[in-house]
Ligand binder design. Structure first.
Ligand code: NAD
Length: 389
Protein backbone atom coordinates (compact mmCIF):
# COMPACT_ATOMS: atom_id res chain seq x y z
CA UNK A 1 0.00 0.00 0.00
CA UNK A 2 2.95 2.30 0.42
CA UNK A 3 3.89 4.17 -2.72
CA UNK A 4 6.69 6.54 -1.85
CA UNK A 5 9.75 5.25 -0.04
CA UNK A 6 12.62 7.35 1.28
CA UNK A 7 16.00 5.66 1.52
CA UNK A 8 18.86 7.02 3.66
CA UNK A 9 22.38 5.54 3.53
CA UNK A 10 23.39 4.46 0.05
CA UNK A 11 26.50 2.44 0.81
CA UNK A 12 27.36 -1.10 -0.24
CA UNK A 13 24.07 -2.48 0.98
CA UNK A 14 21.73 0.55 0.86
CA UNK A 15 22.38 1.37 -2.80
CA UNK A 16 21.45 -2.19 -3.79
CA UNK A 17 18.35 -2.23 -1.60
CA UNK A 18 17.17 1.15 -2.94
CA UNK A 19 17.79 -0.10 -6.44
CA UNK A 20 15.65 -3.17 -5.83
CA UNK A 21 12.81 -0.96 -4.58
CA UNK A 22 13.04 1.16 -7.73
CA UNK A 23 13.01 -1.98 -9.88
CA UNK A 24 9.87 -3.08 -8.04
CA UNK A 25 8.04 0.12 -8.96
CA UNK A 26 8.28 2.15 -5.76
CA UNK A 27 8.68 5.90 -6.02
CA UNK A 28 11.97 6.40 -4.19
CA UNK A 29 13.70 9.51 -2.76
CA UNK A 30 17.24 9.09 -1.47
CA UNK A 31 19.81 10.75 0.75
CA UNK A 32 23.38 10.00 1.69
CA UNK A 33 25.76 12.20 3.61
CA UNK A 34 28.13 11.46 0.76
CA UNK A 35 31.08 13.77 0.62
CA UNK A 36 32.34 17.03 1.97
CA UNK A 37 35.29 19.21 1.12
CA UNK A 38 38.15 18.75 3.55
CA UNK A 39 40.36 21.51 4.92
CA UNK A 40 43.07 21.50 2.29
CA UNK A 41 40.48 22.08 -0.43
CA UNK A 42 41.74 19.65 -3.03
CA UNK A 43 40.98 16.41 -1.27
CA UNK A 44 37.61 15.11 -0.32
CA UNK A 45 36.67 12.95 2.61
CA UNK A 46 34.06 10.25 2.38
CA UNK A 47 32.16 10.68 5.61
CA UNK A 48 30.30 8.13 7.63
CA UNK A 49 32.34 5.05 8.20
CA UNK A 50 35.82 6.45 8.85
CA UNK A 51 36.67 5.92 5.20
CA UNK A 52 40.12 7.10 4.09
CA UNK A 53 40.69 10.27 2.06
CA UNK A 54 40.41 9.81 -1.66
CA UNK A 55 41.25 12.01 -4.62
CA UNK A 56 38.71 14.02 -6.56
CA UNK A 57 38.70 11.75 -9.60
CA UNK A 58 37.95 8.69 -7.52
CA UNK A 59 35.31 10.64 -5.69
CA UNK A 60 33.51 11.69 -8.86
CA UNK A 61 33.41 8.07 -9.90
CA UNK A 62 31.82 6.97 -6.67
CA UNK A 63 29.38 9.78 -5.89
CA UNK A 64 26.38 7.66 -5.20
CA UNK A 65 23.93 10.58 -4.94
CA UNK A 66 24.92 11.65 -8.45
CA UNK A 67 24.52 8.09 -9.63
CA UNK A 68 20.95 7.98 -8.34
CA UNK A 69 20.08 11.44 -9.64
CA UNK A 70 21.43 10.43 -13.08
CA UNK A 71 18.98 7.52 -12.91
CA UNK A 72 16.16 10.05 -12.45
CA UNK A 73 15.72 9.32 -8.74
CA UNK A 74 14.81 12.22 -6.46
CA UNK A 75 17.79 13.12 -4.23
CA UNK A 76 17.34 15.09 -1.00
CA UNK A 77 19.71 17.23 1.03
CA UNK A 78 18.72 16.02 4.51
CA UNK A 79 16.99 13.10 6.23
CA UNK A 80 14.15 15.48 7.12
CA UNK A 81 13.53 16.30 3.43
CA UNK A 82 13.41 12.58 2.67
CA UNK A 83 10.84 12.12 5.45
CA UNK A 84 8.72 14.98 4.13
CA UNK A 85 8.53 13.27 0.72
CA UNK A 86 7.82 9.70 1.84
CA UNK A 87 5.19 7.37 3.29
CA UNK A 88 7.94 5.04 4.49
CA UNK A 89 11.56 5.79 5.37
CA UNK A 90 14.25 3.11 5.36
CA UNK A 91 17.70 3.71 6.84
CA UNK A 92 20.83 1.63 6.17
CA UNK A 93 23.68 3.21 8.11
CA UNK A 94 27.01 2.07 9.52
CA UNK A 95 26.38 2.16 13.27
CA UNK A 96 24.20 3.21 16.22
CA UNK A 97 25.56 6.77 16.37
CA UNK A 98 24.75 7.34 12.69
CA UNK A 99 21.24 6.02 13.25
CA UNK A 100 20.66 8.34 16.24
CA UNK A 101 22.00 11.26 14.22
CA UNK A 102 19.77 10.56 11.21
CA UNK A 103 16.60 10.16 13.30
CA UNK A 104 17.05 12.61 16.16
CA UNK A 105 19.67 15.07 14.82
CA UNK A 106 18.80 18.72 13.98
CA UNK A 107 17.82 17.90 10.37
CA UNK A 108 16.77 14.39 11.23
CA UNK A 109 13.75 12.35 10.21
CA UNK A 110 11.96 13.22 13.48
CA UNK A 111 12.64 16.98 13.29
CA UNK A 112 8.94 17.84 13.23
CA UNK A 113 7.88 15.43 15.93
CA UNK A 114 4.54 17.14 16.40
CA UNK A 115 3.53 16.69 12.74
CA UNK A 116 5.46 14.20 10.71
CA UNK A 117 4.72 12.62 7.34
CA UNK A 118 6.01 9.05 7.15
CA UNK A 119 3.78 6.47 8.78
CA UNK A 120 6.40 3.78 8.89
CA UNK A 121 10.11 3.97 9.68
CA UNK A 122 12.37 1.01 9.11
CA UNK A 123 15.97 0.83 10.27
CA UNK A 124 17.94 -1.91 8.55
CA UNK A 125 21.34 -1.01 9.99
CA UNK A 126 23.07 -3.55 12.23
CA UNK A 127 23.04 -1.78 15.58
CA UNK A 128 22.58 -2.66 19.24
CA UNK A 129 19.04 -3.58 20.35
CA UNK A 130 19.07 -0.82 22.98
CA UNK A 131 19.49 1.91 20.35
CA UNK A 132 16.75 0.28 18.24
CA UNK A 133 14.41 0.53 21.20
CA UNK A 134 15.43 4.14 21.93
CA UNK A 135 14.65 5.21 18.36
CA UNK A 136 11.39 3.25 18.43
CA UNK A 137 10.28 5.14 21.57
CA UNK A 138 11.26 8.48 19.95
CA UNK A 139 9.14 7.57 16.91
CA UNK A 140 6.16 6.56 19.01
CA UNK A 141 6.25 10.00 20.68
CA UNK A 142 5.58 11.67 17.31
CA UNK A 143 2.25 12.58 15.75
CA UNK A 144 1.26 11.97 12.15
CA UNK A 145 0.57 14.93 9.86
CA UNK A 146 -1.96 12.99 7.79
CA UNK A 147 -3.46 9.89 9.31
CA UNK A 148 -4.00 7.35 6.55
CA UNK A 149 -5.33 3.80 6.76
CA UNK A 150 -2.81 2.37 9.14
CA UNK A 151 -1.89 3.85 12.46
CA UNK A 152 -2.69 6.71 14.79
CA UNK A 153 1.01 7.30 15.30
CA UNK A 154 4.06 6.59 13.16
CA UNK A 155 5.58 3.16 13.82
CA UNK A 156 9.11 1.86 13.79
CA UNK A 157 10.58 -1.50 12.80
CA UNK A 158 14.16 -2.64 13.32
CA UNK A 159 14.90 -4.84 10.33
CA UNK A 160 18.59 -5.65 9.94
CA UNK A 161 19.56 -7.82 7.01
CA UNK A 162 21.77 -10.86 6.54
CA UNK A 163 23.64 -11.57 3.35
CA UNK A 164 26.65 -9.85 1.93
CA UNK A 165 27.39 -7.60 -0.96
CA UNK A 166 29.14 -9.88 -3.40
CA UNK A 167 27.81 -7.65 -6.11
CA UNK A 168 25.45 -9.61 -8.29
CA UNK A 169 25.34 -6.62 -10.63
CA UNK A 170 29.12 -6.58 -11.02
CA UNK A 171 29.08 -10.29 -11.78
CA UNK A 172 26.42 -9.71 -14.40
CA UNK A 173 28.36 -6.96 -16.11
CA UNK A 174 31.58 -8.94 -16.11
CA UNK A 175 29.83 -11.83 -17.72
CA UNK A 176 28.20 -9.57 -20.29
CA UNK A 177 31.56 -8.33 -21.51
CA UNK A 178 32.91 -11.88 -21.81
CA UNK A 179 29.78 -12.98 -23.58
CA UNK A 180 30.20 -10.31 -26.26
CA UNK A 181 33.89 -11.01 -26.68
CA UNK A 182 33.25 -14.72 -26.90
CA UNK A 183 30.69 -14.31 -29.70
CA UNK A 184 32.91 -11.66 -31.38
CA UNK A 185 29.94 -9.34 -31.48
CA UNK A 186 30.81 -5.67 -32.05
CA UNK A 187 29.84 -3.52 -29.08
CA UNK A 188 27.77 -1.10 -31.20
CA UNK A 189 25.26 -3.95 -31.49
CA UNK A 190 24.36 -3.08 -27.95
CA UNK A 191 22.57 -0.04 -29.27
CA UNK A 192 20.11 -2.17 -31.15
CA UNK A 193 17.47 -2.50 -28.53
CA UNK A 194 16.32 -6.03 -29.39
CA UNK A 195 19.83 -7.37 -29.10
CA UNK A 196 20.45 -5.46 -25.92
CA UNK A 197 17.38 -7.01 -24.37
CA UNK A 198 18.23 -10.45 -25.67
CA UNK A 199 21.83 -10.33 -24.40
CA UNK A 200 20.74 -9.01 -21.00
CA UNK A 201 18.25 -11.81 -20.63
CA UNK A 202 20.89 -14.40 -21.37
CA UNK A 203 23.32 -12.64 -19.09
CA UNK A 204 20.74 -12.51 -16.33
CA UNK A 205 20.15 -16.22 -16.72
CA UNK A 206 23.86 -17.00 -16.53
CA UNK A 207 24.40 -14.64 -13.61
CA UNK A 208 21.54 -16.26 -11.71
CA UNK A 209 23.17 -19.65 -12.26
CA UNK A 210 26.51 -18.31 -11.04
CA UNK A 211 24.85 -16.99 -7.92
CA UNK A 212 23.38 -20.35 -6.99
CA UNK A 213 26.92 -21.55 -6.42
CA UNK A 214 27.59 -18.88 -3.86
CA UNK A 215 26.41 -19.81 -0.39
CA UNK A 216 26.07 -16.19 0.69
CA UNK A 217 24.22 -14.94 -2.35
CA UNK A 218 21.79 -17.84 -2.35
CA UNK A 219 19.63 -18.56 -5.31
CA UNK A 220 18.57 -15.23 -6.63
CA UNK A 221 19.64 -11.65 -7.03
CA UNK A 222 17.78 -10.61 -3.92
CA UNK A 223 20.35 -11.62 -1.40
CA UNK A 224 18.96 -10.41 1.87
CA UNK A 225 17.30 -12.21 4.68
CA UNK A 226 15.54 -9.77 6.97
CA UNK A 227 14.79 -10.20 10.68
CA UNK A 228 12.17 -7.81 11.99
CA UNK A 229 11.30 -6.35 15.40
CA UNK A 230 8.38 -4.00 16.23
CA UNK A 231 4.61 -4.30 15.97
CA UNK A 232 3.34 -7.32 14.05
CA UNK A 233 0.82 -5.13 12.25
CA UNK A 234 3.59 -2.95 10.92
CA UNK A 235 5.60 -6.00 9.93
CA UNK A 236 2.68 -7.37 7.88
CA UNK A 237 2.13 -4.00 6.22
CA UNK A 238 5.82 -3.71 5.39
CA UNK A 239 6.21 -7.28 4.12
CA UNK A 240 5.83 -6.40 0.41
CA UNK A 241 8.65 -3.89 0.85
CA UNK A 242 10.84 -6.49 2.54
CA UNK A 243 10.17 -9.00 -0.19
CA UNK A 244 11.08 -6.42 -2.83
CA UNK A 245 14.51 -6.15 -1.27
CA UNK A 246 15.11 -9.55 0.22
CA UNK A 247 14.55 -13.21 -0.11
CA UNK A 248 12.76 -13.76 3.16
CA UNK A 249 11.60 -11.93 6.28
CA UNK A 250 10.94 -13.31 9.76
CA UNK A 251 8.99 -11.55 12.47
CA UNK A 252 10.95 -11.75 15.73
CA UNK A 253 8.83 -9.86 18.29
CA UNK A 254 8.76 -6.38 19.86
CA UNK A 255 11.08 -3.41 19.25
CA UNK A 256 14.77 -4.35 19.26
CA UNK A 257 14.25 -8.06 18.63
CA UNK A 258 15.22 -7.77 14.95
CA UNK A 259 18.56 -6.25 15.99
CA UNK A 260 18.90 -8.87 18.73
CA UNK A 261 18.29 -11.72 16.26
CA UNK A 262 20.88 -10.32 13.89
CA UNK A 263 23.67 -10.06 16.46
CA UNK A 264 22.83 -13.46 17.98
CA UNK A 265 23.03 -15.07 14.54
CA UNK A 266 26.38 -13.47 13.81
CA UNK A 267 27.73 -14.39 17.24
CA UNK A 268 26.83 -18.06 16.69
CA UNK A 269 28.26 -17.89 13.15
CA UNK A 270 31.59 -16.46 14.40
CA UNK A 271 31.94 -19.01 17.18
CA UNK A 272 31.14 -21.92 14.86
CA UNK A 273 33.66 -20.61 12.31
CA UNK A 274 36.32 -20.51 15.04
CA UNK A 275 35.41 -23.99 16.28
CA UNK A 276 35.50 -25.49 12.79
CA UNK A 277 38.83 -23.76 12.05
CA UNK A 278 40.38 -25.19 15.22
CA UNK A 279 39.05 -28.66 14.43
CA UNK A 280 40.65 -28.51 10.96
CA UNK A 281 43.95 -27.25 12.39
CA UNK A 282 44.04 -30.11 14.91
CA UNK A 283 42.84 -32.70 12.39
CA UNK A 284 45.48 -31.78 9.84
CA UNK A 285 48.24 -31.81 12.43
CA UNK A 286 47.05 -35.30 13.49
CA UNK A 287 47.30 -36.49 9.89
CA UNK A 288 43.72 -36.23 8.56
CA UNK A 289 43.33 -34.35 5.28
CA UNK A 290 40.96 -31.38 5.26
CA UNK A 291 38.82 -33.07 2.57
CA UNK A 292 38.38 -36.24 4.62
CA UNK A 293 37.67 -34.35 7.81
CA UNK A 294 35.06 -32.27 5.95
CA UNK A 295 33.30 -35.49 4.90
CA UNK A 296 33.38 -36.71 8.50
CA UNK A 297 32.08 -33.47 10.04
CA UNK A 298 29.38 -33.08 7.43
CA UNK A 299 27.94 -36.50 8.17
CA UNK A 300 28.38 -36.23 11.94
CA UNK A 301 27.16 -34.17 14.84
CA UNK A 302 29.56 -31.26 14.20
CA UNK A 303 28.01 -30.44 10.84
CA UNK A 304 27.24 -26.72 10.48
CA UNK A 305 27.19 -23.89 7.92
CA UNK A 306 30.91 -23.23 8.48
CA UNK A 307 31.72 -26.85 7.64
CA UNK A 308 29.24 -27.67 4.88
CA UNK A 309 28.61 -24.37 3.06
CA UNK A 310 31.39 -21.96 3.93
CA UNK A 311 34.40 -24.14 4.63
CA UNK A 312 37.37 -22.01 5.77
CA UNK A 313 40.11 -24.32 4.43
CA UNK A 314 41.40 -23.30 0.97
CA UNK A 315 40.71 -25.85 -1.76
CA UNK A 316 38.05 -27.86 0.07
CA UNK A 317 35.02 -26.16 -1.48
CA UNK A 318 34.57 -24.26 -4.73
CA UNK A 319 33.15 -20.75 -4.81
CA UNK A 320 33.73 -19.86 -1.15
CA UNK A 321 36.04 -17.02 -0.06
CA UNK A 322 38.62 -19.55 1.27
CA UNK A 323 39.15 -20.69 -2.31
CA UNK A 324 39.82 -17.21 -3.64
CA UNK A 325 42.29 -16.04 -1.04
CA UNK A 326 39.46 -14.90 1.27
CA UNK A 327 38.36 -12.13 -1.11
CA UNK A 328 34.71 -10.99 -1.06
CA UNK A 329 32.22 -12.48 1.39
CA UNK A 330 31.62 -10.98 4.84
CA UNK A 331 34.46 -8.67 5.89
CA UNK A 332 36.25 -9.41 9.17
CA UNK A 333 35.77 -5.76 10.22
CA UNK A 334 31.99 -6.19 10.00
CA UNK A 335 32.21 -9.38 12.04
CA UNK A 336 34.33 -7.53 14.64
CA UNK A 337 31.72 -4.76 14.73
CA UNK A 338 28.83 -7.20 15.21
CA UNK A 339 30.73 -9.09 17.93
CA UNK A 340 31.31 -5.80 19.70
CA UNK A 341 27.53 -5.26 19.69
CA UNK A 342 27.04 -8.78 21.03
CA UNK A 343 29.66 -8.28 23.77
CA UNK A 344 28.04 -4.99 24.81
CA UNK A 345 24.62 -6.64 24.98
CA UNK A 346 26.01 -9.58 26.99
CA UNK A 347 27.45 -7.12 29.47
CA UNK A 348 24.21 -5.14 29.71
CA UNK A 349 22.29 -8.36 30.29
CA UNK A 350 24.74 -9.36 33.06
CA UNK A 351 25.40 -12.74 31.42
CA UNK A 352 28.50 -14.91 31.48
CA UNK A 353 29.35 -15.59 27.83
CA UNK A 354 33.11 -16.15 27.62
CA UNK A 355 33.08 -17.20 23.96
CA UNK A 356 31.46 -13.90 22.95
CA UNK A 357 34.35 -11.94 24.44
CA UNK A 358 36.96 -14.28 23.04
CA UNK A 359 35.49 -14.23 19.55
CA UNK A 360 35.35 -10.43 19.68
CA UNK A 361 38.99 -10.28 20.77
CA UNK A 362 40.09 -12.65 17.99
CA UNK A 363 38.33 -10.68 15.25
CA UNK A 364 39.57 -7.36 16.64
CA UNK A 365 43.15 -8.70 16.52
CA UNK A 366 42.62 -10.01 13.01
CA UNK A 367 41.60 -6.52 11.87
CA UNK A 368 44.56 -4.90 13.64
CA UNK A 369 46.80 -7.32 11.76
CA UNK A 370 45.53 -5.93 8.46
CA UNK A 371 42.85 -8.46 7.48
CA UNK A 372 39.84 -6.26 8.01
CA UNK A 373 38.50 -6.42 4.47
CA UNK A 374 39.12 -10.13 4.00
CA UNK A 375 36.27 -12.55 4.56
CA UNK A 376 35.84 -13.59 8.19
CA UNK A 377 36.76 -17.21 7.36
CA UNK A 378 40.36 -15.97 6.90
CA UNK A 379 40.67 -16.62 10.63
CA UNK A 380 41.61 -20.17 9.65
CA UNK A 381 44.67 -19.05 7.68
CA UNK A 382 45.64 -16.41 10.22
CA UNK A 383 45.62 -18.46 13.36
CA UNK A 384 45.58 -22.07 12.41
CA UNK A 385 47.21 -22.87 9.08
CA UNK A 386 50.60 -21.25 9.82
CA UNK A 387 50.49 -19.75 6.31
CA UNK A 388 49.44 -16.19 7.05
CA UNK A 389 51.07 -13.53 4.87
P1 NAD B 1 28.58 1.44 4.05
O1 NAD B 1 29.60 2.10 4.90
O2 NAD B 1 28.96 0.94 2.69
O3 NAD B 1 27.36 2.47 3.82
C1 NAD B 1 26.84 3.32 4.80
C2 NAD B 1 26.36 4.58 4.09
O4 NAD B 1 25.75 5.44 5.05
C3 NAD B 1 27.51 5.39 3.46
O5 NAD B 1 27.21 5.63 2.10
C4 NAD B 1 27.56 6.67 4.28
O6 NAD B 1 27.95 7.80 3.54
C5 NAD B 1 26.10 6.77 4.73
N1 NAD B 1 25.95 7.60 5.92
C6 NAD B 1 26.70 7.61 7.04
N2 NAD B 1 26.25 8.54 7.90
C7 NAD B 1 25.18 9.12 7.30
C8 NAD B 1 24.30 10.17 7.66
N3 NAD B 1 24.42 10.79 8.85
N4 NAD B 1 23.34 10.53 6.80
C9 NAD B 1 23.21 9.90 5.60
N5 NAD B 1 24.01 8.91 5.18
C10 NAD B 1 24.99 8.53 6.02
O7 NAD B 1 27.93 0.29 4.90
P2 NAD B 1 27.16 -1.03 4.38
O8 NAD B 1 28.14 -2.08 4.05
O9 NAD B 1 26.14 -0.61 3.36
O10 NAD B 1 26.43 -1.50 5.71
C11 NAD B 1 25.33 -0.78 6.25
C12 NAD B 1 24.83 -1.55 7.46
O11 NAD B 1 24.47 -2.87 7.07
C13 NAD B 1 25.87 -1.69 8.57
O12 NAD B 1 25.24 -1.54 9.81
C14 NAD B 1 26.41 -3.10 8.36
O13 NAD B 1 26.90 -3.67 9.56
C15 NAD B 1 25.18 -3.82 7.85
N6 NAD B 1 25.44 -5.00 7.01
C16 NAD B 1 26.44 -4.99 6.08
C17 NAD B 1 26.67 -6.12 5.31
C18 NAD B 1 27.77 -6.12 4.27
O14 NAD B 1 28.15 -7.20 3.79
N7 NAD B 1 28.29 -4.94 3.86
C19 NAD B 1 25.88 -7.26 5.47
C20 NAD B 1 24.83 -7.23 6.38
C21 NAD B 1 24.61 -6.08 7.15
Amino acid sequence: QFESVGFIGLGNMGSRMANNLIKNGYKVAVHDIGVELSENGNMYVLRGDGMPQIDVETLLNCNVMKMFSDMGVSTKETPFEVAEASDVVITMLPSSSHVLDVYTGPNGVLRCANLMRPQLLIDSSTIDPRTSRTVSVAVSNCILKEKKDHWEKPVMLDAPVSGGVLAAEAGTLTFMVWFLIFLRIPFHFLFLSWFHKFSLELVGFKAARLETRDPILGERQKIFFIQVGGSEDAYLAAKPLFLSMGKNAIYCGGAGTGSAAKICNNLAMAVSMLGVSEAFALGQSLGISAGTLTKVLNTSSARCWSSDSYNPVPGVMEGVPASRNYAGGFASKLMAKDLNLAATSVEEAGLQCPLTYQAHEIYTELCKDGHEIEDFSCVFRHYYSGKDE
